[in-house]
Design a protein. Sequence first.
Length: 248
Amino acid sequence: MITNLTAPDRPTSKPSRPARTAGGRAAGWPVPASLIALSAIPLAAGTLRLVQLAGGPAVMPADPRFAGQVAPLVMHLVGVAVYVLVGAFQFLPRFRRGHLVWHRRAGRVVAAAGLLVAVSALWMTLTYAEKPGTGDLLYVLRLVFASAMAAALVLGISAIRRRDIAAHRAWMVRAYAIGLAAGTQAFTGGIGGALFGTSPLSGDLAKAAGWAINLAVAEWIIRRPAASRRTRRHRSAPTRTLQPGGAP
């Protein structure tokens, strides 16, 4: 006589967890790669400018605005490179969770570099002559967004000190979006020039569009996790079935 040793309605083994695949491990890496690619044009231009200022070949046209006062420009270019490159890897949630010490140390470097970028941007805007082909609108926008970037970084640092991770993440994402605007402006400037000409006003508006696009994407990123959690809770909620006669 063969006896069934398992209960008819109980599983014989626990469901196994899905195995991690190479694609799953690499799922988040396109984000920092895209951010670095977006910043490639301003980073390349900044590197060439630093090489030229260090006495290297004049691969770019000389800019008389920088003569006699290169300190804020060098601070800005070095700060941008560190901020953009190191900051891009803060957008890897799985990597952050697995390397918390690195995340904290890199976060301090990113915050310091971001403040350096914002302060040097204000310094250059207030002391350098306006670039030919730009107008008063861009002058005001640079003051506004440099100040906003510094404020977002300070608010992000204050939030993490009081353990408010959600607010910390939101402010740091906004600050990064402002700092990355030069990459977006390389595209909005070209598109705006092709559509509306190269007047100072159209050029200023094209740069304003770069900041606006980045901040709009940042707000979408900030709000997306909450919406995703609500969707997951809705999908995982148990459904009630009606028995014959209408009773649940």
